[in-house]
Design a protein around this ligand. Structure first.
Ligand code: MLT
Length: 329
């Protein structure tokens, strides 16, 4: 009797056209192999730090190994193109940041649509930024630095992680606010840039607290200012640019997780849940706090909130980038 009932039920499902296709079948028991998180910047940088912390926690929840793949270049667009083209099976993800919103205005031949080619998994954290300099840079504080850069102009070298990186965007905003034209040095991530800053290879950069807090507090680089409106708990000695006379200067690098468009519903649900668990993971919360940042609140972490945020940010940065006359190569 039971067998007949099951066959009848199966016939009803098939009749209703509720096909259980290969994608959904593959998703059953998801995840059943390691998951790759692509970081579109070199290892050792701020985005890499965020991705590894979140990935470690998600791996525990999902019961699968998380593999971080660093793929820098062209301000993160090389890495994001790789994810856009990856199989939509839930086993290739991206952790990136505000660069996902600036790329459409910076790169005319972008090989993906930043909004339509991805599924939102969720927003992670908004990382404050800091203006830092090499240890022996002449200015002793932000007041002297603002005078010094005006005098030196193009003789000042500053690093970023490619056109469209957070460091690049912050550098653009800093130069616009101070009416200074400095000389850019481009890296595949601010991880390798930090190595050269520690070696005194260039003068300064605007980088995320996840990349600068330890170096500043250990006196290995000079911390000049924070790009937040309130001083940072982990770097209270740093004045904000706002309080240093650059009124209203505020920029942070919001980070999020995406998958290629069209991953199976079960995979998406499990990834979204695992990310939201990671954002409450005490180890993640504590480590983020020690690096000057914090997980976004649950209501901002939903896929719908991220999709809305990305659309709004693309619209917000388009006129700013056009006015700056900047283009990626
Ligand atoms: C950026 O400036 O976009 C990031 O710092 C890149 C990175 O994490 O290296």
């Amino acid at each position: 009797m039971k067998a007949t009932r099951n066959l009848t039920a199966l016939a009803a499902v098939v009749a209703a056209g509720i096909a259980i296709g290969p994608a959904e079948t593959a998703a059953q028991g998801y995840p059943n192999k390691a998951i790759t998180i692509v970081v579109p910047a070199a290892a050792g940088g701020p985005t890499d730090t965020v991705a590894r912390l979140i990935g470690e926690s998600m791996g525990k929840t999902l019961g699968q190994q998380i593999v971080i793949e660093n793929l820098g270049g062209a301000g993160g667009t090389v890495g994001m193109a790789r994810v856009a083209r990856a199989p939509a099976d839930g086993y290739t993800l991206a952790v990136w940041h505000i660069g996902q919103a600036t790329a459409p205005s910076l790169y005319d031949n972008l090989r993906y649509n930043a909004i339509d080619d991805f599924d939102s998994i969720g927003r992670i954290t908004d990382v404050p930024m800091t203006i830092v300099g090499k240890a022996n840079l002449e200015p002793k504080d932000i007041a002297e630095l603002l005078i010094w850069v005006k005098q030196k102009q193009k003789d000042v070298t500053y690093a970023h992680a490619g056109i469209g990186s957070a460091a690049h965007l912050c550098g653009l905003l800093f130069m616009s606010a101070t009416k200074v034209e400095m000389t850019a040095v481009s890296y595949r991530g601010t991880g390798p840039a930090m190595t050269d800053l520690l070696g005194g290879q260039f003068d300064m950069m605007c980088d995320q607290t996840t990349g600068t807090t330890t170096q500043i507090n250990e006196g290995k680089i000079k911390g000049y200012a924070a790009t937040t409106l309130k001083r940072l708990k982990v770097l209270p000695q740093l004045p904000t640019l706002d309080e240093s006379g650059i009124k209203g200067f505020e920029v942070s690098a919001w980070h999020a997780m995406w998958a290629p468009k069209g991953i199976p519903a079960e995979a998406s649900q499990k990834l979204v849940a695992a990310l939201q668990t990671a954002l409450k993971d005490p180890k993640v919360v504590e480590r983020f706090a020690s690096l000057g940042t914090e997980p976004v609140p649950p209501d901002l972490a939903t896929p719908a909130a991220l999709s809305a945020q990305l659309k709004a940010e693309v619209a917000k940065w388009s006129p700013v980038i056009k006015a700056a006359g900047v283009k990626g190569n």
